[in-house]
Design a protein around this ligand. Sequence first.
Ligand SMILES: [Zn+2]
Length: 62
Amino acid sequence: MAVPQRRTSKTAKRLRRGHYKLESVALVACPHCGALVRPHHVCKECGYYKGKDILHLKKEEE
Ligand SMILES: [Zn+2]
């Protein structure tokens, strides 16, 4: 097996990998109920998207 003549140092490796990170999920307030939802997604709290009731979620408290 081939062996590299000069290994990448721990520091060089860590500096390179310091840029690898997860991006945080974008969140906006639902215009119908105010819950935090991802943009361009149906709201899971009230089931609304673009002003229309998409999921027809029934509320328990009436
Ligand atoms: Zn909502």
